[in-house]
Design a protein around this ligand. Structure first.
Ligand code: NAP
Length: 318
């Protein structure tokens, strides 16, 4: 039996493990792919306070080592579901009699783990554009995070693909560093906020490329261009850019928990700053929860808050 079962071994999950262990609780972290989550494939992280530059893989290694040396257990396995133990009522309502019992069961394909609290930290995936060259040039000019990688394209021409708020904000952010930003959207009108669209339209170094779909990302060792096709004019052309920022939506990895906790319409776990979800004893941290800013720093902050809330819950608090 574990005090805190953490589902997801990214920055939020591993930070939760550190805080849980340091509070004297037993923790186990489940990860189905690679520990570190999205950051593991970042060639260079330059926006974590106190660390000027570090590769995503080294950052992950250090974090994992920190968590495990404190006693956190790790398990390479996909969690298929979490079930509440019955009777569940009673805990957190004044009496401590339920505290010693397992409240939740975490199920993988091979085993079931009992625990007193759960931190959901499964993260999210950026939707892929799905065009030729994208996979091959990932990390070599193809990026899914303008805030993380924008600085590497200072003074250069880049394309942002997408029409939602992420694409608009990415284009705005990049326009501060890049020589020219092409905002490529498959329709004539943007899905994102009108105010941001207006601000972008006034920028001299931002160009809207509308009714246009990406066909291929070009380049040898690094991105050299993007081949686009205008659907209305039935005309294809190449933009010479050094970076392609893909912002065509996000997919939270919360399906196994859809019937357990409340999700918003986009599939994110509804939870506030303290990580509390619709189910007492289950907390959410990092990119998988409803929030505005999804960064390394906010994932770490979320892991902290969710772990401390879980500790309080295990101690018999509300
Ligand atoms: P989103 O709102 O789902 O927008 C995705 C965009 O990508 C849409 O414009 C969509 O085009 C386009 N798209 C999807 N698949 C594509 C494909 N295969 N090829 C080309 N274009 C494609 O995603 P998001 O911008 O990441 O935002 C996710 C959520 O977070 C939204 O609710 C958003 O409002 C929110 N968010 C809020 C803020 C903020 O409040 N400041 C900032 C960022 C994100 P169509 O429009 O044609 O479907």
């Amino acid at each position: 039996m574990y005090d805190i079962a953490i589902i997801g071994g990214g920055i939020a999950g591993l930070t939760a493990a550190i805080y849980g262990q340091r509070a004297g609780k037993s923790t186990i972290v489940f990860e189905k792919m690679s520990f570190g989550g999205q950051i593991v494939s970042s060639p260079m992280v330059e926006n974590y306070p106190g660390i000027a530059a570090i590769s995503g893989s080294e950052f992950t290694e250090r974090l994992l080592e920190q968590a495990t040396s404190l006693g956190a257990e790790t398990m390479q396995a996909e969690v298929q579901g979490v079930e509440k133990e019955v009777p569940f009522a009673g805990h957190g309502q004044g009496g401590d009699e339920e505290v010693s019992k397992a409240l939740f069961r975490v199920r993988t394909a091979k085993e079931v783990f009992e625990c007193r609290s759960v931190v959901l930290a499964g993260g999210m995936e950026r939707r892929l554009l799905g065009v030729s060259g994208e996979e091959r040039l990932k990390g070599a000019g193809v990026s899914y995070c303008a805030t993380c990688d924008g600085m590497f394209f200072k003074g250069r021409d880049v394309a942002v693909v997408g029409g939602g708020n992420t694409a608009l904000e990415d284009a705005e952010f990049l326009s501060e560093y890049c020589k020219r930003v092409y905002l490529v959207h498959r329709r004539e009108t943007f899905r994102g906020e009108e105010g941001t669209v207006r601000r972008l339209a006034e920028k001299e170094n931002v160009e809207f490329v509308l009714d246009t779909v990406a066909e291929e990302i070009l380049g040898g060792q690094a991105v050299e261009g993007i081949r686009l096709c205008n659907k209305k004019e039935d005309k294809c052309f190449v933009l010479n850019v050094s970076g392609v920022f893909v912002a065509v939506g996000q997919i939270p990895k919360n399906e196994p928990f859809a019937s357990l906790v409340k999700l918003d319409e986009a599939g994110f776990v509804v939870a506030g700053e303290d990580g509390r979800t619709s189910v007492p004893g289950i907390f959410a941290a990092g990119d998988c929860r409803t929030k505005h800013v999804r960064q390394l720093t906010t994932a770490a902050a979320d892991g902290t808050a969710a772990a401390l809330a879980a500790v309080a819950w295990v101690n018999g608090g509300k």
